[in-house]
Ligand binder design. Structure first.
Ligand code: GAL
Length: 401
């Protein structure tokens, strides 16, 4: 009897132990990251101001929660105990004080490191210090860790990321674990039990579909990233997301391109991590990032990654199943010219074979909501007609009657 009771409590403990690390990212994580705009030029003033604006601008109310410091927050050497050292010049009040400040605003806090010997920018990496660094992060009370893949010669990704994942759990604090090995080792095949999101590509570049060549690598326009891998949508879902990279909305593209970028990330159920400078964010940028109807597509609790239904000339049409039998649809104009859309719903039969969902507009009628114009349109009984400017997007939610 005594043994049975002990086993019961043991199982209860193990269950609540693992439960603690589950469901940390039940919908795609939303937040802000320093890298796209600031690279390693970061400091506590920038972070505090960004946290303040996250709250005052309505970003927090829209769902943006995480403030993540990317590469460049440390000094070049560990201390004599082997601990990482937040740069005292950049963070004179100390990292813990900054994290407390961000938490006091009702936000969450993230840091960056790398599975290799050094980070991509040359700061101390975590290789060989996994458990020590995890304890360090838990002591600081961070909520999110982005973990990169530079300087990793001789180690395998699955093992390295699993070690860090185990170390984080051992340290005892639930921390969203963001894998950043650029999709090189197909993390979608093995990372579901390891982390909550994984990058599927090299770095994003603020352009529509260009390739921007560096000496040994390239960064990519958002449409290139969206179409880089054809068959990985079945691997993404609640708590384990394909991550299409931090956003470039507000970083120099046209308004139409920013809208398309954001719509695509919403259709793909990608994590939504803003990468612009909040301190001089335009009204247009804010209106894109906080469009609640678009966000409802991204945050839909089914957590299904949308897909390209078809491309006609350079009109690219994407669908995403939503809860309650609804669908989102986006029309992207990839060309340099205006396109006239005349979409006769009745001629279309949309199938999501991975999730066993389909809809035939011949038999089922939907109400249509334009989520950029915030307007109800006619139903799917009539053809949808519109004129779409170059690189612009129309996004509709089809509501089942
Ligand atoms: C890259 C990563 C970027 C950024 C950068 C920092 O590997 O993809 O998102 O974190 O390193 O050095």
């Amino acid at each position: 009897m005594k043994i049975q009771i002990n086993i019961f409590f043991c199982l209860l403990f193990l269950n609540s132990f693992s439960q603690k690390y589950r469901d940390l990212a039940i919908t795609p994580p939303m937040g802000w990251n320093t890298w796209n705009t600031f690279e390693t030029s970061i400091d506590e003033k920038l972070i505090k101001e960004t946290a303040d604006i996250m709250v005052s601008s309505g970003m927090k109310d829209a769902g943006y929660t995480y403030i993540v410091l990317d590469d460049g927050w440390m000094t070049m050497e560990r201390d004599k105990n082997g601990d990482l050292v937040p740069d005292p010049k950049k963070f004179p009040s100390g990292m813990k004080a900054l994290i407390d400040y961000v938490h006091s605003k009702g936000l969450k806090f993230g840091l960056y490191n790398c599975a290799g010997i050094k980070t991509c920018a040359g700061y101390p990496g975590t290789r060989g210090y996994e458990y020590q660094d995890a304890r360090f992060y838990a002591g600081l009370e961070i909520d999110f860790l982005k973990y990169d893949w530079c300087n990793t010669e001789g180690i395998t990704a699955k093992e390295a990321y699993t070690t860090m994942s185990d170390a984080l759990k051992k340290a005892g604090r639930p921390i969203v674990f963001s894998l950043c090995e650029w999709g090189d080792n197909q993390p979608w095949n093995w990372a579901e039990p390891v982390g909550n999101l994984w990058r599927i590509s090299g770095d994003i570049y603020p352009c529509y579909d260009c390739e921007f060549k560096h000496d040994t690598w390239s960064s990519w326009g958002f449409f290139k990233i969206a179409e880089m891998h054809k068959n990985i949508r079945q691997f993404s879902g609640p708590d384990h997301w394909n991550d299409f990279d931090m956003m470039e909305v507000g970083n120099g593209m046209t308004f139409e391109e920013d809208k398309s970028h954001f719509a695509l990330w919403c259709m793909l159920a990608s994590p939504l991590i803003a990468g612009n400078d909040f301190r001089n964010m335009s009204k247009e940028t804010l209106s894109i990032l906080t469009n609640k109807e678009l966000l409802s597509i991204n945050q839909d609790t089914l957590g299904i990654q949308g897909f390209k239904y078809r491309e006609e000339e350079e009109l690219s049409i994407w669908f995403k199943p939503l809860q309650n039998g609804n669908w989102a649809v986006s029309f992207f104009n990839k060309s340099n010219k205006e396109i006239k859309i005349d979409f006769d719903w009745k001629k279309h039969h949309v199938i999501d074979d991975i999730n066993n969902l389909e809809t035939s507009f011949n038999t089922i009628k939907y109400d249509i909501r334009d989520v950029w114009q915030h307007k109800d349109l006619k139903s799917t009984k009539e053809s949808f007609k519109a004129v779409l400017a170059s690189h612009d997007v129309i996004t509709l939610i089809l509501k089942r009657k």
